[in-house]
Design a binder for this molecule. Structure first.
Ligand code: A3P
Length: 329
C-alpha cells in the first residue's frame, strides 16, 4: 500500500471495522455511504462532515476524478472575479497581472474539501478562501449524499462535472503514471480498467457517484447543476452562460457584446492555462507538478488506448447501471 494512513482517529478506525473493505495496488479501501475511499481520505470526509461550517453563499464544485475539475475550477474563479472588476474586464488584458488565475493554479484557488483541507485537520484555516466580495469556492469528489451531510441543510450551490468514463480512465492513467513516476505500462492500465469495471475504485463506483448528482439536479435544479465535459467542449459559450446563470450572475448584454464570455473561455482554455509559468513549473503542496493537470483535453482519446473489447465492456456496464435514469455519459 502506498497511500499513507497517518491521521486516522481511533473513532474512524472503529468505523472502518464496520464497513466493507477492499484494496487496490495503491492502498486499503473502505466503502462509506456508497463510495470507496482510501482510509486517509475517509478521515478527510468524516472531518468535513463533522466540522465544516458552511456559509449559504459557498459554492461546491464536484466531479469524478479526471473529468474536467481543473477547467470547472478555473471557469468558476473567472466568473466570480468578473463581478469584482465589473467595469473594465481585466480578464486577459495583458496588463492585468492581478487576476488570480495568472498567478495560481486553479487547484490552489479552489481546494478539495476531503482530499485537501480536511485531509489532515478537522479545523483547517479557511480564512484565505473568504473575501467579502465573492463566495468561497470548494471542490470535492465525494457523492452528493456525503456532501449534503457536511452542508448541514445550508442551501449552497453545487455544480457537478461529468465526463465519459473511458476518457477519464485514460486521463487518470496518464496522470497517475506521471505523478508517481511510473512507466506507462498496459499492466497498470488493465488493473485500473478492472477497478473501474468492478466499481471498487477510489471514489467509485463511478456510476453511483454520477447518478447521485444527476438525481440531485433533477430534484432541485436551482441547487445542483449537472454539466458534462463533452458539452463544455462542444458548446463552451452556451455552457459558460448556463453556469453563470446558475450562480445567479448571468452575463449582461453589454458583457456579451464586449466579448466577456469569450474572454473567460480564452483565459480558462487549456492552451492558455497550461502556458502560464505557474502551471508550467509550479507544484502543489504534495509536490505534484501542476503541469500534469493539463494534457490533451480531447473527447474520445480512449480509442487510442483501449481495445474495442475494453471499450464495449465499459459501455455495457455503464449503460446497464444507468438504465431508466435518463442519463448517459
Ligand atoms: P486529458 O488527460 O484527457 O487530456 P481533472 O481536471 O478533473 O483532473 O481532469 C483532467 C483532464 O482535463 C485532462 O484530460 C486535462 O487535459 C483536461 N483539462 C485540464 N484543463 C483543461 C481546460 N482548461 N480545458 C479543457 N480540458 C482541460
Amino acid at each position: 500500500a502506498t497511500v499513507r494512513e497517518d491521521y486516522i482517529s481511533e473513532e474512524t478506525k472503529k468505523l472502518i471495522s464496520s464497513l466493507p473493505v477492499n484494496k487496490d495496488s495503491q492502498g486499503n479501501l473502505c466503502k462509506y455511504q456508497g463510495c470507496w475511499y482510501y482510509y486517509n481520505t475517509l478521515q478527510g470526509a468524516i472531518n468535513f462532515q463533522n466540522h465544516f461550517q458552511p456559509h449559504d453563499t459557498d459554492v461546491i464544485l464536484a466531479s469524478s476524478p479526471k473529468s474536467g475539475t481543473t477547467w470547472l475550477k478555473a471557469l468558476t474563479v473567472a466568473l466570480s472575479e468578473r463581478s469584482k472588476h465589473h467595469d473594465d474586464h481585466p480578464l486577459l488584458s495583458k496588463h492585468h497581472d492581478d487576476h488570480p488565475l495568472l498567478s495560481d493554479n486553479p487547484h490552489a484557488l479552489v481546494p478539495f474539501l476531503e482530499n485537501n483541507l480536511y485531509l489532515k485537520s478537522s479545523t483547517p484555516d479557511l480564512t484565505k478562501y473568504s473575501s467579502s466580495s465573492s463566495p468561497r469556492l470548494f471542490a470535492t469528489h465525494m457523492p452528493l449524499l456525503t456532501v449534503k451531510e457536511g452542508l448541514k441543510g445550508s442551501p449552497c450551490k453545487i455544480v457537478f462535472m461529468c465526463r465519459n468514463a473511458k476518457d477519464a480512465l485514460i486521463s487518470l492513467w496518464y496522470f497517475r503514471c506521471k505523478y508517481q513516476k511510473l512507466e506507462m505500462t498496459r499492466g497498470i492500465l488493465e488493473s485500473m480498467f478492472e477497478s473501474l469495471c468492478s466499481g471498487v475504485s477510489f471514489y467509485g463506483p463511478i456510476w453511483d457517484q454520477v447518478l447521485s448528482y444527476w438525481r440531485g439536479s433533477l430534484e432541485d435544479p436551482s441547487r445542483v447543476l449537472f454539466m458534462k465535459y463533452e458539452e463544455m467542449k462542444e458548446e463552451p459559450y452556451a455552457q459558460l452562460k448556463r453556469l453563470a446563470e446558475f450562480f445567479g450572475c448571468p452575463f449582461t448584454e453589454e458583457e456579451e457584446e464586449s466579448g466577456g464570455v469569450e474572454k473567460i473561455l480564452e483565459l480558462c482554455s487549456l492552451p492558455s492555462l497550461s502556458d502560464l509559468e505557474i502551471n508550467k513549473s509550479g507544484k502543489n503542496v504534495n509536490g505534484v507538478d501542476y503541469k500534469f493537470y493539463f494534457r490533451k483535453g480531447e473527447v474520445g482519446d480512449s480509442k487510442n488506448h483501449l481495445t474495442p473489447e475494453m471499450e464495449s465492456k465499459i459501455d455495457m456496464i455503464i449503460e446497464e447501471k444507468l438504465k431508466g435514469s435518463g442519463l448517459s455519459f
